[in-house]
Design a protein around this ligand. Structure first.
Ligand SMILES: [Mg+2]
Length: 237
């Protein structure tokens, strides 16, 4: 099977597309945060992490988890998360293909936005290192965060573009794909290692419209499945 699988039927029908919204960590940047180690430390050890995973059906939404804690515990947890994120920033690397993809979108006058559960400081540093700015770029300070569709709907409304003319690209099924689907946007999962194969076996509520193993493949998805409609010149940011 090709790694970019098309779900919308009929397969060859091209849809209008005016905007692309990206996740940051693990999508535009190479994953450098050891999430498992971070979760273990926040939750208080391997056993607590395993229990939280089991309770969450195999995944842990750490931010959501911590929100219900007492203020002191919560503060300590946020300090641990911030330390892991800071260490990640020191080793920040741009994902191969990201600059080329963004250059391609700019050439077509397709809007680029960003949604991350990381903090604004990380987005600022990313913009600085990447040399291109995403507008809007919503970080953890924007509530509610992914997988709630609110940040994506906010970007669509800022752009004045309906969600069904936007695609969300990210490496997380539970955050990026679910956010995109709930907002009514197209979704593209970046699955570098094939951990979500086969595509067809994914449950409908988290099944992305497209799945790619690198950002380079996103070009093909955009060109073969969509009519790329440029933003009006006067509203180009
Ligand atoms: Mg990610």
């Amino acid at each position: 099977m090709s790694s970019s699988a098309a779900a919308p039927a009929p397969a060859q029908r091209r849809r209008p597309l005016r905007g692309v919204v990206f996740d940051m960590d693990g999508t535009l940047t190479v994953p450098v945060i050891d999430f498992q180690a971070m979760y273990c430390e926040v939750l208080g050890g391997d056993a607590a992490y395993a229990a939280a995973r089991a309770a969450g059906g195999g995944t842990v939404d750490i931010l959501h988890f911590v929100e219900s804690w007492e203020p002191d515990l919560q503060r300590r947890a946020y300090e641990v998360i911030a330390r892991f994120e800071r260490e990640g920033l020191d080793r920040l690397q741009i994902m191969p293909g990201a600059s080329e993809l963004c250059g391609f979108l700019d050439g077509k006058q397709i809007r680029r936005g960003l949604i991350t559960r990381n903090v604004k400081e990380a987005v600022d540093l990313f913009h600085q290192r990447f040399g291109m700015t995403f507008v809007p770029a919503l970080s953890r300070e924007f509530r509610p965060y992914k997988p709630d569709p609110a940040p994506l709907l906010h970007i669509c409304s800022t752009w004045n573009i309906p969600p069904h003319e936007v695609i969300m690209v990210g490496d997380s099924l539970k955050d990026d794909v679910v956010c995109g689907k709930r907002a009514g946007a197209f979704t593209c999962l970046l699955d570098e290692t094939g951990r979500y194969d086969p595509h067809e076996s994914l449950p409908e509520d988290v099944k992305p419209d497209f799945k790619v193993s690198s950002l380079t493949e996103v070009f093909r998805v955009l060109e073969s499945h969509f009519d790329l409609i440029p933003a009006p010149a006067e509203s180009t940011v």
